[in-house]
Design a binder for this molecule. Structure first.
Ligand code: ATP
Length: 272
């Protein structure tokens, strides 16, 4: 069932930059979608249309059956949680807990529900011990996790993560991967913008490549990363396993993750 339907979306900034030039994209409930493309391709501009930060210049966005045009950010916040790339655009309260609690309370959760969602979000992001700290006394990587926790606590059917792994260490990335798996298990639709192709290939069902404000490729990681012409147009490198397969001279390699690569290696060895 479709949860997000974007048709012929165009958007121009007041400066005159034409950031979106006819985006068509349909996303099903529960899908994990990675949006890739070089700086300036329009990924963030597109994502910010999903929670009403930007309104379409032309075209139409339907979210959970409701036309997003003219809907306030507050109204769309119940459906789409948007985790900013830069947490300082998002955090405002004096303690981590207050920041995280704000969302569910604002959406009308009762006391018990707000506390339960807040504690869960703090726990899965590893912030329980910092709950009473001021967000600005935390490291930039921790602040980014507070921004994530604040959105998780809203328990929206769609979550958009703008560059979730940037600046995060190995443990924090593992946590993000676990959170995406948990959200997927709950049926949440997860959309991530990322420059980390290995992360996209390993943890997403679908990859959408953008260039110059348009979608230029859309499919499974193997389908999209198997199109060197499209990757060149989007100015992104394929995942490391595919680069390795190319170096090894494998024809028609489709492995986008390490386990798939190992399977393919074994199959090729067995075939002599
Ligand atoms: N606030 C703004 N005002 C004017 N132009 C903007 C603004 N934000 C983005 N742009 C321009 O719109 C185009 C699309 O930018 P956008 O940030 O959506 O791309 P992106 O694919 O998300 O890039 P990145 O990977 O760097 O985040 C670019 O040409 C960019 O310079």
């Amino acid at each position: 069932m479709t949860i997000i339907d974007i048709q012929d979306l165009h958007f121009r900034y007041p400066s005159g930059v034409s950031a979106l030039n006819g985006v068509d994209l349909e996303i099903a409930r529960g899908e994990r979608v990675a949006v890739i493309g070089q700086n300036g391709a329009g990924k963030t501009t597109l994502a910010r249309h999903l929670n009403g930060i930007y309104q379409p210049g032309r075209g139409r966005i339907t979210i959970a059956g409701e036309d997003a045009a003219g809907k306030s950010i507050a109204r769309l916040a119940a459906k789409v949680g948007y985790v900013f790339q830069n947490p300082s655009e998002q955090l405002f309260a004096k303690t981590v807990r207050a920041d995280v609690e704000f969302g569910p309370r604002n959406l009308g959760a009762d006391e018990a529900q707000a506390v339960r969602l807040t504690e869960w979000a703090l726990e899965v992001t590893g912030l329980t011990e910092q709950a009473d700290h001021h967000p600005y006394h935390l490291s930039p990587a921790e602040r980014k996790r507070v921004a994530l926790a604040s959105v998780l606590a809203m328990d929206t059917p769609v979550i958009v993560l703008d560059e979730p792994t940037t600046g995060q260490d190995h443990d924090a990335v593992r946590r993000i991967v676990e959170i995406i798996a948990e959200l997927h298990g709950r049926g949440t639709t997860v959309i991530a913008i990322s420059h980390d192709m290995d992360f996209c290939a390993e943890h997403f069902d679908r990859v959408v490549a953008m260039a110059q404000g348009r979608v230029i490729a859309d499919g499974t990681p193997a389908q999209v990363f198997g199109r060197p012409d499209k990757l060149a147009e989007a100015a992104v490198e394929p995942p490391q396993t595919m680069r390795l397969a190319t170096e090894l001279g494998w024809d028609g390699a489709t492995a986008t993750t390490v386990p798939e690569f190992l399977d393919e290696l074994r199959a090729r060895r067995a075939a002599g």
